[in-house]
Design a protein around this ligand. Structure first.
Ligand code: OSB
Ligand code: MG
Length: 370
């Protein structure tokens, strides 16, 4: 397929409620959307970078720069056999996985439409219904958190993830476990602790958590291995894993027992599948993480979550948990059993609402062969 043009747009989307993690609070998202066109077929991808360099070094602004000044010049007008080959075009660029993923995933959408297949089938998915969990940010009070969890469980979600940070950890998790004794529960620290905090983290072993996600620095697998040796609770890595080599290293050094795969963090569907395969060969379960995506990113997450190794509930939940109105049609909905039924239409399976997207757009640039 020839990449005839790329359109990069920034939209602003206000979250229904602020989302707080150990690295900060988000209320309004600045999301970059990529629309690629090949032979008149248009495909969509989302760049999942945050507004600031706090989850990872990329930001909305760095992604705009890298797409405009490097990815677009390397890719536009070029021919690739399949979307999976896009990576070779942008190989000279180190890092910037989220910027690359936004473009690559748009090509996957195109390829799926051209082959008249739902995207999830094209990526190799086998599951037709995916299990869903929710990620709950740091709250004002423990009572507020308990209320929130209760509501999510009543909506059907299969597992609860709570964000922790120093001062909002063991005591809070204890209160949650007291109240919800059998709920599938996990915590995510977003790198808020140090290896010296091992005794504190060890207290979490009492709460039968499914896993502790990314307790230690984003760039340190070795210390996670040291910590894992002291904990019963499985460690899950998020921020540390940017490609299949990282995944292999982490598993070989026993830095984790579970991996959270995010399409943006690993650079798109092709690398996500390689991370998945590394885990599956070793019987290591994976699940799909979230980045407060709009419907476009969410639809890509759903497709990825159909790969057979995605056996744990992901952070992929209904559009209405995030937005008053999403930018796709239909919106993503979750069944009372806490699952998403995968779409059967070709491509993403959810239609981008072009008019709404245009209304939300604050800047746009179109890249064509010079
Ligand atoms: O660590 O998984 C994370 C949101 C922004 C940045 C990092 C993370 C998250 C979430 C939210 O946990 C998941 C979601 O509901 O999209
Ligand atoms: Mg995480």
């Amino acid at each position: 397929m020839k990449i005839d043009s790329l359109t990069l747009r920034e939209i602003r989307l206000k979250l229904r409620a602020p989302f707080e993690t150990s690295f900060g609070k988000t209320q309004e998202r600045r999301i970059l959307l990529v629309e690629a066109v090949s032979d008149g077929v248009s495909g969509w991808g989302e760049i999942t970078a945050g507004e600031g360099p706090f989850y990872c070094p990329e930001t909305t602004e760095t992604a705009w720069h890298v797409v405009r000044d490097f990815i677009a010049p390397m890719a536009v007008g070029k021919e690739v056999a399949t979307a999976a080959d896009f990576g070779s075009l942008v190989k000279p660029i180190r890092g910037h996985e989220m910027a690359k993923a936004g473009v690559e995933n748009a090509l996957w959408d195109i390829e799926a439409q051209k082959k008249n297949l739902p995207l999830w089938m094209l990526v190799g998915g086998t599951l037709t219904e995916i299990p869903c969990g929710v990620s709950i940010g740091i709250q004002e009070s423990v009572d507020a958190l308990l209320l929130k969890i209760d509501a999510e469980l009543k909506a059907g979600y299969q597992r609860i993830k709570i964000k922790i940070k120093p001062g909002w950890d063991a005591k809070v998790v204890w209160a949650v476990r007291q109240r919800f004794t059998l709920t599938k529960l996990m915590v995510d620290a977003n790198s808020a602790y140090r290896l010296e905090d091992a005794p504190l983290l060890k207290q979490l072993d009492d709460f039968y958590l499914m896993m502790i996600e990314q307790p230690l620095p984003w760039d340190d697998m070795h210390e996670h291995a040291r910590l894992q040796a002291q904990l019963q609770t499985p460690i899950c890595l998020d921020e540390s894993i940017h490609n299949a080599r990282h995944a292999r290293a982490a598993l070989e050094m026993r830095a984790c027992q579970i991996i959270n795969i995010k399409l943006g963090r690993v650079g798109g569907h092709a690398e996500a599948r390689r991370v998945h395969d590394v885990c599956r060969e070793r019987n290591v379960p994976v699940w799909c993480g979230g980045m407060l995506e709009s419907g476009i990113g969410r639809a890509h997450n759903i497709a990825m979550s159909t790969l057979p190794g995605f056996v744990l509930p992901g952070d992929v939940s209904a559009s209405r948990r995030y937005w008053d109105e999403d930018i796709i049609e239909p919106e993503v909905e979750v069944t009372p059993e806490g699952t998403i039924r995968v779409p059967i239409a070709p491509g993403l399976g959810y239609r981008p609402r072009r008019e709404r997207i245009e209304k939300l757009t604050v800047r746009q640039e179109i890249f064509r062969p010079s």
